[in-house]
Design a protein around this ligand. Sequence first.
Ligand code: SF4
Length: 329
Amino acid sequence: MKKKAEYWNKLSENRVQCTLCSHKCILKSGQKGLCTIRGNLDGILYNLQYGESVSISSDPIEKKPLFHFYPGSMITSIAPNGCNLDCPFCQNYEISQGSVATKYISPKKAGEISKIYNSIGLSYTYTEPLVWFEYLIDAGEEVHKQNGLNVLISNGMINPEPLNNLLPLIDAVNIDLKTFSEDKYRKILKGDLKSVLNTIETFAANNIHIEVTTLIVTDFNDSEKEIINIAKFLSSINKEIPFHLSRYFPHYKYQKPPTDPKILIEFYNIAKSYLPHSFIGNFQNIEMESSFCPACNSLWISRQGYNVEIVGIENNKCKTCSKEINFPL
Ligand code: SF4
């Protein structure tokens, strides 16, 4: 299914320029953008994957990962083929860089499936949902009509104007901040650090629940300096942003060894000194996956994989020191 896209300009000789993300692809008739989702058909830009999802699944919210947004709940998940980055270590490259069979889910159907199997809503995830923009708007409205929540798991690569128009529909996000180096974003990932930082700041400034994930990739971003820069940036926005440090495994074009667990633990300790709600992922460690009170350090939420137990919170306050909880349970 296709739908005429928003955010583009007509150029001479049937060419168009997409202005949804910082790539600003200029496309001749018949060409697709770097994301492969948007393409020029006879001088008009279309979302060529409108409503086409590679899967429909029901996931624990912790899998997104979102640790401080209705912990222990389930959420329906859908995703398009395509992405506007080209990370050599992509952990989902079969669907982000390739093209697998899809099933059309109308916006109305999206609203309906957001409530099946006790789901709290719909998460747009696995690949890059921002380049599905027109569908996010239409499906997001239907999800809200059904009293569901819209959750975005994204690389954050979108221009400010479309981002602002998306805000009223989004209830929670996890943004992947892959490095704090502009050079690495541009040269290795084919992306733009400034766009990603602006997206994080904008969601936070609009009081939309935000968590951030950094995949710690061997010989790419596994330096103390990177983690300190990221942690300082996030803590300058809000010290209580949950920050996920995730273990990398060789995938796609990148075959360096998996993240050394010692480095992961060292970075967790550094991150925690700036952001008390830091966690590690893709590596089992009950303490480093659990949530603690930033005031008195008592255990709030115990996690082991997807087993979640709220143990130290009562009436939205820490049971031990009465600190207010500022996230939805
Ligand atoms: S959304 Fe896609 S087509 Fe548009 S500028 Fe970005 S990569 Fe290019």
